[in-house]
Ligand binder design. Sequence first.
Ligand code: GDP
Ligand code: IMO
Ligand code: MG
Length: 428
Amino acid sequence: MPAIVLVGAQWGDEGKGKATDLLSSQIDYVVKFNGGNNAGHTVVVGTEKYALHLLPSGILTPGVIPVIANGVVVDLTVLFEEIDGLKARGLDVSKLRISADAHVITSYHRILDKVTERFLGKRQIGTTGRGIGPAYADKISRVGIRIQDLFDANILRQKVEAALDQKNQILTKIYNRRAVSVEEVVTELLSYTERLAPMVEDTALELTRALDAGKTVLFEGGQATMLDVDHGTYPFVTSSNPTSGGAATGSGVAPNRFERVIGVIKAYTTRVGSGPFPTELFDEWGEFLTEKGFEFGTTTGRKRRTGWYDAPISRYATRINGITDYVLTKLDVLTGIESIPVCVAYEIDGKRVDEVPVNQTDFHHAVPIYENLPGWSEDITSVRNFDDLPKNAKDYVLALEQMSNSRISAIGVGPARDAIVVRHQLVG
Ligand code: GDP
Ligand code: IMO
Ligand code: MG
């Protein structure tokens, strides 16, 4: 099995970290190809709980080589904090590789993220405030700082100057903030070069050679399909391509090397930040899902918005990503609900619509059409075989499988590493 991509199918926090961790014993490399420390993956290993942001979740498995590829934006303070945190807990992070082409998040990106959000007021995106959008904006505007720039102090100074020329005007004249000093930024960035140097390389070349040698490489997406800057609920999205196509551009591995696309999807839906969410609940069921699913952000601690499963979104994710297999997570959270509503289509301006509409205004107006599926009350957290699930839980999974246009190959029944029911092998 060559290159495998794993993506979020909804608005993030589907349990990608846990799914990656599950596959890690069968892979040689794990690659983060998009986003930065806006991601938050909680992985529970025995009695230990890990919260990862910038490092790919596969880093928790000894022997797996973790890679931060060119499509990622790297906050170096966070990188070394996370590395030191894992080292202190006895993990080996010495194999980490970072692309020379990855862009750097600097102090002015973090400042701009926060001030622009404040400026937007009611129209704010609800970003994680980590400088993600401004760093990607600089990349596209061709005034970004790349990891490789840190190894030539002259070039670095010139590039920071070029970036700050315009930004300091914006910060002081529009936002009434202090100008950022070029020297301060340069000094901070240069302070990391010694530790960084041994990790930096041409990761596109290494990954392609690894694939040529028959190694298995897993590309772990951050964020999710509906947060994709092209295919998500724009402008309420992140600034990268978390969909499977982003794995090719974000890593330099050619698209024809990818053979399997795993979508991670919750048995219900959550969202953090602003933007449309047709199945969102504002009643006691919403509270039930928040409390029972412990739906609080790994990165910002914000309470996640919650709602029922949205089948048109799953069909959309299947189509946009080419999902071959789903990992359905958090089925255990639905235990105890007598009848579980599932959104099968939308009503938009009096008409039934079966697919996610291309027009954003229509999506804002979409009213879910629900079908009620019978629930179950038995505890399923210790079930490990599909046939041992209560009949209604099995039927719920089979109904979702039918609606999502792709097979459900694994089912999460609890946060623990082994709390999973595997129906079809995901690797090999
Ligand atoms: P990610 O960003 O996609 O990696 O997901 P997060 O880690 O932000 O959020 C998923 C949360 O659900 C984490 O706290 C996981 O420990 C937890 N989780 C994952 N799978 C399951 C599951 O099958 N059941 C339950 N109850 N929790 C799960
Ligand atoms: P994981 O990888 C959920 C959301 C933010 C905000 C929007 C833009 O854990 O699934 P950004 O800081 O990226 O500019 O914020 O995207 N967002 C996430 N929501 N899970 C994530 O990552 C997210 N990363 C960003 O809440 O609405
Ligand atoms: Mg998360």
